[in-house]
Design a protein around this ligand. Structure first.
Ligand code: THU
Length: 147
C-alpha cells in the first residue's frame, strides 16, 4: 500500500481521534498535569498511538505526538499521512484544542509531505480543527534540503 491509496476520509479522521482519546488515560504527566494523546496514520495503513511521558528531570519528557511517530519509525514506518492530537489539563479535553508544539511539528515534517499531511486537533470525534502541516509549519526545513 502507498500514500496515494489511503484516503484520510471522515471515517479515518474519526478513527484517529477515537484512538487518541482512547490512549489518553495512559498519559504520564504528574508534573504538568496536562495529559495528551495522539494517533498517527502512516502509509502502511497502520495507526500508531502515543501519550506524553514526563520525567522527574523535566527536560527528559516527550510529547504524545513524537511518542507516536517514534514508535512508528521504530517499526519501519517512514511516511506520515495524518495525526490526531487531543489533550487538556487533567485530561479534560473538552476545554481546548490542543496544539502540537514546535518540536513535534518539525518531527512530523521529517516524515510527511507538508502540503498534504493532516493535523487534527480534537476535543471529540465531532468537534475538531484540522490543518495541513504546511499551515502549522510554513516555510519549513526538511530532509530534501540536505540533498
Ligand atoms: N504536550 C504534548 O504531549 N503535546 C502537545 O501537543 C502539547 C504539549 C505535553 C508536553 C508536556 O508533558 C505537557 O503536555 C505540558 O506541556
Amino acid at each position: 500500500m502507498n500514500a496515494e491509496d489511503i484516503k484520510v476520509d471522515e471515517a479515518t479522521k474519526r478513527q484517529l481521534i477515537e484512538k487518541a482519546i482512547e490512549v489518553l488515560p495512559n498519559s504520564y504527566a504528574p508534573y504538568s498535569n496536562y495529559n495528551v494523546g495522539a494517533a498517527a496514520l502512516f502509509d502502511s495503513g497502520k495507526i500508531y498511538t502515543g501519550v506524553n511521558v514526563e520525567n522527574a528531570t523535566y527536560g527528559a519528557a516527550i510529547c504524545a505526538e513524537r511518542n507516536a511517530i517514534f514508535r512508528a519509525a521504530a517499526e519501519g514506518e517512514r511516511r506520515l499521512l495524518a495525526l490526531a492530537v487531543t489533550g487538556g489539563p487533567k485530561g479534560e479535553i473538552e476545554d481546548e484544542y490542543c496544539a502540537p508544539c514546535g518540536i513535534c511539528r518539525q518531527v512530523m515534517r521529517e516524515f510527511a509531505d507538508p502540503e498534504s499531511m493532516l493535523v487534527i486537533s480534537a476535543k471529540s470525534p465531532d468537534d475538531y480543527r484540522e490543518y495541513t502541516l504546511a499551515e502549522l509549519l510554513p516555510e519549513s526545513f526538511g530532509p530534501e534540503f540536505l540533498g
